[in-house]
Design a protein around this ligand. Sequence first.
Ligand code: PXG
Length: 463
Amino acid sequence: MNMISNHPPTAELQAMDAAHHMHPFTDGDDLAAKGARIITRASGVTLTDSEGEEILDAMAGLWCVNVGYGRDSLAEVAARQMKELPYYNTFFQTSHVPVIALSRKLAELAPGDLNHVFYASGGSDANDTNVRLVRHYWAAKGKPEKTVIISRKNAYHGSTMAGASLGGMTGMHAQGGLPIPDIVHIGQPNWWAEGGEMSPEEFGRARARELEEKIAELGEDRVAAFIAEPIQGAGGVIIPPESYWPEIQRICDAHEILLIADEVICGFGRTGAMFGSLTFGIRPHIMTVAKGLSSGYAPIGASIVCDEVANTVAAAGDFNHGYTYSGHPVSCAVALENLRILEEEKLVENVATVTGPYLKEKWEQLADHPLVGEAVIRGFMASIALTPDKAARAPFAASAGTVGFICRDHCFSSNLVMRHVGDRMIIAPPLVLTKSDVDVLIDRAVQALDLTLTKIKEDGIYR
Ligand code: PXG
C-alpha cells in the first residue's frame, strides 16, 4: 500500500493547527496550549498518529466508520465516479445514475413504506430538511398551524440552527440564540440519572407519557411532529427502558402527528439491526440518516420519507428546498459500495450474533469495577456510568464531567479512543471489530478506569 507518511514534525503541525484551524466543540485556547493529537492514517479499527502510536478507535471516528478504515474498494469507487461524473446537481429536473441507484437501495432497506429519499450533506442539514418538510406537509394538508416539533432534552440532532434547536443540549442553546421558534422539549428516558425511585419500566412509561401531556398542553392542532434518536448517542448512549418506545409509538398512533426517527447514529447496523427503528419496533414517517450510510468515507445525509408525506409534498407544487450537494454523485457511489460491503460481509448479522454478544458479555462485566454504576449496551453502542456510589446512582461532588474527562485522558494515553459525555464513558466501535479487538478494548478500558480511580482518590474527588 502506498502510505503518505512524510509530514512536518508533530510540534510544527500542532502550531499551524492552533494558528489557523478552528475546531468544532473545542476550547480553542486550551487546545492551543496542549496541541492537538494528529491522526495521520488508519486501517481496520486502528488509527496511527503523527508520533507513530497505534490507537484502537472504539468510536469509529464520530460514530460513522462502520465498515472500518482502509477499504480500497471505497477509494476506487470514488475515483471512478470522479472521473466519470464528479458532480452534477439534482435540481431543475435532472438526475444521475448513482443517486437513482442509491435511492432505490435505501427504499429497499428502509422499513415500511419509507420509499422516498431527500439528500443532504450530513445529518444536521437532513434534520433542517425535516423541519421544513413536515411543516410544508401539514400546510399542504390545509393545516398550516401544525408547526411545533417536540423533541427531547439531551437529544443531539446536529449543529445547524434547526439541528441544534431540535437538539436538547443546554450548552448549545446558550450560544447563538437558540432554539428557533416552535420547537419544544420533553424529558429524556435516562433512568440512571433521572429515574429516582421508579423502576426502569415505570420510568420509561412516565417519560413517554410526557409526549402525550405535551400534545395535550399545546393542542394537537399545533403539533407537527415528534423527533427522537432510537438510542441517544451524543447524549451518552442512553438506552431507553423497554417500556419507552412501545408507549411512544402508541401515543404517535393515537394522535395526528408525524414521527421522525433520527437514525444518524443508530442506522446501518449500529444497534445490531439495519436500523434502530427495527431494534425497537418503531414505525417512523421519516428517518434521518448520515454517518454509517457512507461509513464516513464521503459526506452524505438523507431524509427517508414515507409514501403519504412524499406524495402529499409532490402534489403540492415546488418544495423550495435543496442543497448544492443533495445527491452528490461521488457520495452516492461511495454509499452504495459501503452498503454492498455491509451486506456482503454480513457485518450487521455479525454484530447481532457473534461480536455483539461477546462485547456485551465483556462490557457488562465492567459493572464490577468500583467506579462503574451501570454498564449498558445494544449492538455496538455502549456506555458506562461512573459513580462514587452505585447503590444511590449518585453523581460525583465534583462538577459533571470532571471524572469523565480524567478517564477519557487515561483512555487516550492507553491508546484507546473511548469518549466521555459528562461522567458517562461511551463506545461505538467499527462493526468489523473482532473478538480479539474486544479483548484489547476491554483491557485498555479497565486500565484507564483503574488509573482514573487512583487519580480521583489522590485528588479527593472519590469518597
Ligand atoms: N443526528 C444525530 C442523532 C447525530 O448523532 C447529527 C444528527 C448531525 O449529523 P452531522 O452529520 O451534521 O454531524 C448527529 C451527529 C459527538 C458527536 O460528540 C455526535 C455527532 C456529531 C458530532 C459529534 O458525539 N452526531
